[in-house]
Design a protein around this ligand. Structure first.
Ligand code: PLP
Length: 370
Protein backbone atom coordinates (compact mmCIF):
# COMPACT_ATOMS: atom_id res chain seq x y z
CA UNK A 1 0.00 0.00 0.00
CA UNK A 2 1.36 3.39 -1.00
CA UNK A 3 1.93 5.97 1.71
CA UNK A 4 -0.61 8.68 2.47
CA UNK A 5 0.31 12.08 1.10
CA UNK A 6 -1.20 15.07 2.87
CA UNK A 7 -1.97 18.28 1.02
CA UNK A 8 0.42 20.19 3.27
CA UNK A 9 2.77 19.36 6.12
CA UNK A 10 4.72 21.49 8.59
CA UNK A 11 6.91 18.62 9.67
CA UNK A 12 10.06 19.40 7.69
CA UNK A 13 9.98 23.18 8.12
CA UNK A 14 9.24 22.89 11.82
CA UNK A 15 12.04 20.40 12.34
CA UNK A 16 14.52 22.73 10.65
CA UNK A 17 13.75 25.67 12.94
CA UNK A 18 12.55 23.88 16.06
CA UNK A 19 15.55 24.49 18.35
CA UNK A 20 15.83 28.17 17.44
CA UNK A 21 12.09 28.70 17.80
CA UNK A 22 11.91 26.98 21.18
CA UNK A 23 14.69 29.24 22.44
CA UNK A 24 13.18 32.43 21.06
CA UNK A 25 9.75 31.66 22.51
CA UNK A 26 11.36 31.48 25.93
CA UNK A 27 13.42 34.58 25.27
CA UNK A 28 10.36 36.63 24.36
CA UNK A 29 8.52 35.23 27.36
CA UNK A 30 11.37 36.26 29.66
CA UNK A 31 11.81 39.65 27.99
CA UNK A 32 8.38 40.71 29.29
CA UNK A 33 7.90 42.88 26.17
CA UNK A 34 5.28 41.43 23.85
CA UNK A 35 3.96 44.15 21.52
CA UNK A 36 5.89 46.54 19.24
CA UNK A 37 9.35 45.91 20.58
CA UNK A 38 12.74 45.37 19.06
CA UNK A 39 11.93 41.98 17.52
CA UNK A 40 9.20 43.50 15.38
CA UNK A 41 11.54 46.35 14.39
CA UNK A 42 14.26 43.83 13.56
CA UNK A 43 12.00 41.66 11.40
CA UNK A 44 10.59 44.73 9.62
CA UNK A 45 14.11 45.70 8.64
CA UNK A 46 14.98 42.18 7.47
CA UNK A 47 11.81 41.76 5.44
CA UNK A 48 12.15 45.24 3.86
CA UNK A 49 15.70 44.28 2.78
CA UNK A 50 14.48 40.93 1.53
CA UNK A 51 11.69 42.45 -0.57
CA UNK A 52 13.93 45.30 -1.66
CA UNK A 53 11.92 48.24 -0.36
CA UNK A 54 12.54 51.08 2.07
CA UNK A 55 9.84 50.27 4.61
CA UNK A 56 8.14 47.23 6.06
CA UNK A 57 5.49 47.58 8.75
CA UNK A 58 4.24 44.49 10.55
CA UNK A 59 0.49 44.16 11.00
CA UNK A 60 -1.89 41.64 12.50
CA UNK A 61 -2.81 39.70 9.34
CA UNK A 62 -2.91 39.82 5.57
CA UNK A 63 -6.48 41.06 5.46
CA UNK A 64 -5.54 44.06 7.63
CA UNK A 65 -2.47 44.66 5.45
CA UNK A 66 -4.77 45.03 2.44
CA UNK A 67 -7.30 47.18 4.27
CA UNK A 68 -4.69 49.51 5.77
CA UNK A 69 -2.89 49.78 2.40
CA UNK A 70 -6.11 51.00 0.78
CA UNK A 71 -6.76 53.40 3.67
CA UNK A 72 -3.36 55.14 3.45
CA UNK A 73 -3.91 55.73 -0.24
CA UNK A 74 -6.96 57.75 0.74
CA UNK A 75 -9.41 55.35 -0.87
CA UNK A 76 -12.84 56.21 0.42
CA UNK A 77 -16.40 54.93 0.26
CA UNK A 78 -17.61 55.19 -3.33
CA UNK A 79 -14.14 54.91 -4.87
CA UNK A 80 -13.57 51.97 -7.19
CA UNK A 81 -10.80 49.41 -6.84
CA UNK A 82 -10.00 46.91 -9.60
CA UNK A 83 -9.13 43.36 -8.54
CA UNK A 84 -9.21 39.84 -10.00
CA UNK A 85 -12.54 37.99 -9.91
CA UNK A 86 -10.92 34.67 -8.95
CA UNK A 87 -8.97 35.76 -5.87
CA UNK A 88 -9.41 34.50 -2.33
CA UNK A 89 -12.27 36.35 -0.61
CA UNK A 90 -9.85 38.33 1.62
CA UNK A 91 -8.90 40.63 -1.27
CA UNK A 92 -12.53 41.42 -1.96
CA UNK A 93 -13.38 41.81 1.73
CA UNK A 94 -10.62 44.38 2.22
CA UNK A 95 -12.17 46.59 -0.47
CA UNK A 96 -15.67 46.09 0.92
CA UNK A 97 -14.59 46.78 4.49
CA UNK A 98 -13.40 50.29 3.71
CA UNK A 99 -16.62 50.95 1.81
CA UNK A 100 -14.99 51.13 -1.62
CA UNK A 101 -16.56 49.51 -4.68
CA UNK A 102 -14.86 46.31 -5.84
CA UNK A 103 -14.65 46.05 -9.63
CA UNK A 104 -13.81 42.52 -10.68
CA UNK A 105 -11.79 41.52 -13.72
CA UNK A 106 -11.57 38.00 -15.13
CA UNK A 107 -8.17 36.25 -15.14
CA UNK A 108 -6.11 34.94 -18.01
CA UNK A 109 -7.02 31.24 -18.03
CA UNK A 110 -3.41 30.13 -18.53
CA UNK A 111 -1.77 32.16 -15.74
CA UNK A 112 -4.79 32.41 -13.39
CA UNK A 113 -3.77 36.06 -12.88
CA UNK A 114 -5.77 39.21 -13.64
CA UNK A 115 -5.88 39.72 -17.42
CA UNK A 116 -4.29 43.13 -18.08
CA UNK A 117 -6.12 43.31 -21.42
CA UNK A 118 -9.44 43.38 -19.62
CA UNK A 119 -8.55 46.08 -17.10
CA UNK A 120 -8.82 49.22 -19.27
CA UNK A 121 -12.52 48.61 -20.01
CA UNK A 122 -13.23 48.64 -16.26
CA UNK A 123 -11.51 51.95 -15.49
CA UNK A 124 -13.92 54.82 -14.77
CA UNK A 125 -13.66 58.31 -13.30
CA UNK A 126 -14.15 56.71 -9.88
CA UNK A 127 -11.30 54.20 -10.19
CA UNK A 128 -8.54 54.87 -7.66
CA UNK A 129 -6.43 51.72 -7.59
CA UNK A 130 -5.57 48.39 -9.19
CA UNK A 131 -5.11 45.53 -6.75
CA UNK A 132 -3.29 42.69 -8.55
CA UNK A 133 -3.01 39.35 -6.73
CA UNK A 134 -0.03 37.10 -7.52
CA UNK A 135 -2.32 34.11 -7.32
CA UNK A 136 -0.89 30.74 -6.28
CA UNK A 137 2.53 32.46 -6.25
CA UNK A 138 2.92 33.43 -9.91
CA UNK A 139 3.70 37.14 -10.39
CA UNK A 140 1.22 39.19 -12.42
CA UNK A 141 2.33 41.01 -15.55
CA UNK A 142 3.47 44.06 -13.59
CA UNK A 143 4.73 46.05 -16.61
CA UNK A 144 1.30 45.93 -18.23
CA UNK A 145 -0.39 46.83 -14.94
CA UNK A 146 2.05 49.68 -14.23
CA UNK A 147 1.46 51.09 -17.73
CA UNK A 148 -2.29 51.17 -17.17
CA UNK A 149 -1.89 52.68 -13.72
CA UNK A 150 0.42 55.40 -15.06
CA UNK A 151 -1.84 56.21 -18.00
CA UNK A 152 -4.86 56.63 -15.77
CA UNK A 153 -3.20 58.01 -12.62
CA UNK A 154 -4.08 55.03 -10.45
CA UNK A 155 -2.41 53.53 -7.41
CA UNK A 156 -1.21 49.94 -7.35
CA UNK A 157 -1.56 47.75 -4.26
CA UNK A 158 -0.08 44.28 -4.64
CA UNK A 159 -1.72 41.42 -2.78
CA UNK A 160 1.47 39.45 -2.16
CA UNK A 161 -0.12 37.04 0.34
CA UNK A 162 0.71 33.99 -1.80
CA UNK A 163 3.93 35.20 -3.37
CA UNK A 164 6.60 35.90 -0.73
CA UNK A 165 9.81 34.99 -2.55
CA UNK A 166 8.44 35.39 -6.09
CA UNK A 167 10.22 37.66 -8.59
CA UNK A 168 9.15 39.59 -11.67
CA UNK A 169 12.02 40.64 -13.93
CA UNK A 170 14.49 40.05 -11.12
CA UNK A 171 12.59 42.13 -8.56
CA UNK A 172 10.65 40.69 -5.64
CA UNK A 173 6.90 40.96 -5.83
CA UNK A 174 5.66 43.23 -3.07
CA UNK A 175 8.03 45.96 -4.29
CA UNK A 176 6.05 47.16 -7.33
CA UNK A 177 2.95 48.79 -5.90
CA UNK A 178 2.70 52.06 -3.98
CA UNK A 179 1.76 50.11 -0.86
CA UNK A 180 1.74 46.30 -0.75
CA UNK A 181 0.18 43.65 1.44
CA UNK A 182 1.75 40.42 2.75
CA UNK A 183 0.38 37.55 4.83
CA UNK A 184 2.27 35.30 7.23
CA UNK A 185 -0.63 32.92 7.80
CA UNK A 186 0.97 29.58 8.77
CA UNK A 187 0.69 27.82 5.40
CA UNK A 188 1.85 30.78 3.29
CA UNK A 189 5.40 30.67 1.89
CA UNK A 190 6.67 32.46 4.98
CA UNK A 191 4.34 31.53 7.81
CA UNK A 192 4.30 32.36 11.51
CA UNK A 193 2.63 30.53 14.41
CA UNK A 194 -0.70 32.27 14.10
CA UNK A 195 -1.91 35.32 12.23
CA UNK A 196 0.55 37.87 10.93
CA UNK A 197 1.04 40.23 8.02
CA UNK A 198 3.04 43.16 6.75
CA UNK A 199 2.92 46.18 4.48
CA UNK A 200 5.83 47.21 2.27
CA UNK A 201 6.33 50.58 0.62
CA UNK A 202 9.06 52.92 -0.58
CA UNK A 203 7.08 56.00 0.44
CA UNK A 204 8.00 57.63 3.77
CA UNK A 205 4.63 59.28 4.32
CA UNK A 206 2.60 56.16 3.48
CA UNK A 207 4.85 54.22 5.87
CA UNK A 208 4.27 56.75 8.65
CA UNK A 209 0.52 56.53 8.19
CA UNK A 210 0.57 52.71 8.13
CA UNK A 211 2.45 52.79 11.46
CA UNK A 212 -0.26 55.00 12.88
CA UNK A 213 -3.18 53.05 11.43
CA UNK A 214 -1.95 49.74 12.83
CA UNK A 215 -1.70 51.28 16.29
CA UNK A 216 -4.99 53.07 17.02
CA UNK A 217 -4.16 55.91 14.64
CA UNK A 218 -1.47 57.08 16.99
CA UNK A 219 2.14 58.12 16.53
CA UNK A 220 2.62 59.68 19.93
CA UNK A 221 1.17 57.70 22.80
CA UNK A 222 -2.37 58.79 23.73
CA UNK A 223 -2.58 61.15 20.75
CA UNK A 224 -4.84 59.72 18.06
CA UNK A 225 -4.68 61.48 14.71
CA UNK A 226 -6.46 58.90 12.57
CA UNK A 227 -9.36 56.50 13.03
CA UNK A 228 -7.00 53.58 13.39
CA UNK A 229 -7.07 49.87 14.11
CA UNK A 230 -5.38 47.59 16.56
CA UNK A 231 -3.45 45.43 14.10
CA UNK A 232 0.10 44.73 15.17
CA UNK A 233 2.46 41.90 14.42
CA UNK A 234 3.47 40.73 17.89
CA UNK A 235 6.96 40.06 19.21
CA UNK A 236 6.61 36.28 19.21
CA UNK A 237 5.49 36.15 15.58
CA UNK A 238 8.20 38.60 14.50
CA UNK A 239 10.88 36.56 16.27
CA UNK A 240 9.71 33.35 14.59
CA UNK A 241 9.57 35.07 11.19
CA UNK A 242 13.16 36.30 11.62
CA UNK A 243 14.20 32.69 12.18
CA UNK A 244 12.29 31.39 9.16
CA UNK A 245 13.09 34.14 6.64
CA UNK A 246 16.63 32.86 5.88
CA UNK A 247 15.11 29.50 4.85
CA UNK A 248 12.53 30.97 2.49
CA UNK A 249 14.67 30.87 -0.65
CA UNK A 250 15.76 27.29 0.04
CA UNK A 251 12.15 26.19 0.55
CA UNK A 252 11.12 27.93 -2.66
CA UNK A 253 13.85 26.15 -4.60
CA UNK A 254 12.87 22.79 -3.15
CA UNK A 255 9.25 23.37 -4.18
CA UNK A 256 10.42 24.48 -7.64
CA UNK A 257 12.13 21.09 -8.15
CA UNK A 258 8.96 19.28 -7.11
CA UNK A 259 6.85 21.48 -9.41
CA UNK A 260 9.24 20.70 -12.27
CA UNK A 261 8.75 16.99 -11.57
CA UNK A 262 4.96 17.44 -11.75
CA UNK A 263 5.42 19.26 -15.08
CA UNK A 264 7.56 16.53 -16.53
CA UNK A 265 5.34 13.71 -15.32
CA UNK A 266 1.99 15.20 -16.30
CA UNK A 267 2.69 17.12 -19.50
CA UNK A 268 1.55 14.42 -21.92
CA UNK A 269 -1.76 13.67 -20.18
CA UNK A 270 -4.28 15.47 -22.34
CA UNK A 271 -7.19 15.71 -19.86
CA UNK A 272 -4.80 17.66 -17.60
CA UNK A 273 -3.76 21.17 -18.48
CA UNK A 274 -0.72 22.35 -16.57
CA UNK A 275 -0.34 25.86 -15.22
CA UNK A 276 1.54 28.31 -17.45
CA UNK A 277 5.14 27.16 -17.64
CA UNK A 278 6.64 30.35 -16.37
CA UNK A 279 8.71 32.44 -18.70
CA UNK A 280 12.16 33.75 -17.77
CA UNK A 281 10.78 37.02 -16.42
CA UNK A 282 8.74 35.25 -13.77
CA UNK A 283 9.95 33.34 -10.71
CA UNK A 284 7.09 31.47 -9.09
CA UNK A 285 6.88 31.17 -5.29
CA UNK A 286 5.11 27.78 -5.73
CA UNK A 287 2.58 28.48 -3.04
CA UNK A 288 0.14 26.14 -4.79
CA UNK A 289 0.37 23.74 -7.74
CA UNK A 290 -2.92 24.13 -9.56
CA UNK A 291 -3.90 22.22 -12.71
CA UNK A 292 -6.99 22.22 -14.90
CA UNK A 293 -8.60 18.78 -15.12
CA UNK A 294 -11.40 17.32 -17.14
CA UNK A 295 -13.60 15.24 -14.79
CA UNK A 296 -12.07 16.83 -11.73
CA UNK A 297 -14.46 15.34 -9.18
CA UNK A 298 -13.66 11.83 -10.40
CA UNK A 299 -9.92 12.37 -10.23
CA UNK A 300 -10.09 14.03 -6.80
CA UNK A 301 -12.20 11.18 -5.39
CA UNK A 302 -9.88 8.57 -6.88
CA UNK A 303 -6.79 10.27 -5.43
CA UNK A 304 -8.50 10.55 -2.05
CA UNK A 305 -9.17 6.82 -2.13
CA UNK A 306 -5.49 6.27 -2.83
CA UNK A 307 -4.53 8.40 0.19
CA UNK A 308 -3.65 11.57 -1.74
CA UNK A 309 -5.16 14.77 -0.45
CA UNK A 310 -6.08 17.49 -2.96
CA UNK A 311 -7.93 20.80 -2.55
CA UNK A 312 -9.68 23.38 -4.72
CA UNK A 313 -8.61 27.02 -4.59
CA UNK A 314 -11.37 28.11 -4.61
CA UNK A 315 -14.51 26.01 -4.96
CA UNK A 316 -16.87 29.02 -4.98
CA UNK A 317 -15.73 32.41 -6.32
CA UNK A 318 -15.87 35.17 -3.70
CA UNK A 319 -18.51 37.11 -5.68
CA UNK A 320 -20.87 34.10 -5.54
CA UNK A 321 -20.55 33.63 -1.78
CA UNK A 322 -23.65 34.14 0.33
CA UNK A 323 -21.94 37.12 1.98
CA UNK A 324 -22.04 38.91 -1.37
CA UNK A 325 -25.64 38.16 -2.30
CA UNK A 326 -27.22 41.48 -3.21
CA UNK A 327 -23.87 43.12 -4.00
CA UNK A 328 -24.78 43.18 -7.68
CA UNK A 329 -22.21 40.76 -9.06
CA UNK A 330 -23.32 38.70 -12.04
CA UNK A 331 -21.49 35.39 -12.62
CA UNK A 332 -22.05 35.82 -16.39
CA UNK A 333 -19.62 38.75 -16.26
CA UNK A 334 -16.80 36.38 -15.24
CA UNK A 335 -16.87 33.43 -17.67
CA UNK A 336 -13.16 32.63 -17.23
CA UNK A 337 -13.47 32.48 -13.44
CA UNK A 338 -16.60 30.34 -13.78
CA UNK A 339 -14.82 27.97 -16.17
CA UNK A 340 -11.66 27.65 -14.09
CA UNK A 341 -13.67 27.16 -10.90
CA UNK A 342 -15.14 23.99 -12.38
CA UNK A 343 -11.78 22.62 -13.54
CA UNK A 344 -9.06 23.53 -11.06
CA UNK A 345 -7.43 21.09 -8.68
CA UNK A 346 -4.51 21.79 -6.33
CA UNK A 347 -2.03 18.93 -5.94
CA UNK A 348 0.10 18.46 -2.81
CA UNK A 349 3.23 20.63 -2.77
CA UNK A 350 5.11 21.79 0.31
CA UNK A 351 8.68 22.14 1.55
CA UNK A 352 9.91 18.74 2.63
CA UNK A 353 7.62 16.81 0.30
CA UNK A 354 9.72 14.04 -1.20
CA UNK A 355 10.38 13.62 -4.89
CA UNK A 356 9.16 10.02 -4.57
CA UNK A 357 5.88 11.36 -3.21
CA UNK A 358 5.44 13.60 -6.25
CA UNK A 359 6.28 10.58 -8.43
CA UNK A 360 3.63 8.60 -6.58
CA UNK A 361 0.98 11.25 -7.25
CA UNK A 362 2.02 11.35 -10.91
CA UNK A 363 1.94 7.59 -11.26
CA UNK A 364 -1.53 7.36 -9.70
CA UNK A 365 -2.85 10.10 -11.98
CA UNK A 366 -1.40 8.23 -14.97
CA UNK A 367 -3.31 5.12 -13.93
CA UNK A 368 -6.62 6.99 -13.71
CA UNK A 369 -9.07 6.51 -16.57
CA UNK A 370 -10.39 9.96 -17.34
C1 PLP B 1 -4.17 34.48 2.72
C2 PLP B 1 -4.59 35.55 1.80
C3 PLP B 1 -5.00 36.80 2.26
C4 PLP B 1 -5.26 37.12 3.69
O1 PLP B 1 -4.25 36.86 4.58
P1 PLP B 1 -4.59 36.57 6.11
O2 PLP B 1 -3.25 36.68 6.77
O3 PLP B 1 -5.17 35.20 6.18
O4 PLP B 1 -5.54 37.61 6.58
C5 PLP B 1 -5.25 37.78 1.33
N1 PLP B 1 -5.16 37.54 0.01
C6 PLP B 1 -4.81 36.33 -0.46
C7 PLP B 1 -4.71 36.15 -1.95
C8 PLP B 1 -4.53 35.30 0.41
O5 PLP B 1 -4.19 34.10 -0.08
Amino acid sequence: MATRIPFYSFEYQNQQVKKEVQQVLLDVFDSAWYILGERVAQFEKEYADYIGVKHCIGVGKGLDALKISLRVLGIKPGDEVILPANTYIATLLAVSEIGAIPVLVDPDISTFNIDPNKIAAKITAKTKAILPVHLYGLPCDMDAIANLANQHGLFIVEDNAQASGALYKGRKTGSFGHVNAHSFYPTKNLGCLGDGGAITTNDDEFARQVRMLRNYGSEVKYKNELLGYNSRLDEIQAAVLSIKLPYLEQWRKEKALLAAAYFKGLQDISPIQLPADVATDYTHSHHLFVVHVLHREGLAAYLKNQGIETLIHYPIPAYRQQAYIGAGFNPHDYPVTEKMTSEILSLPLYPGMKLEEVEQVISLIRQFTF
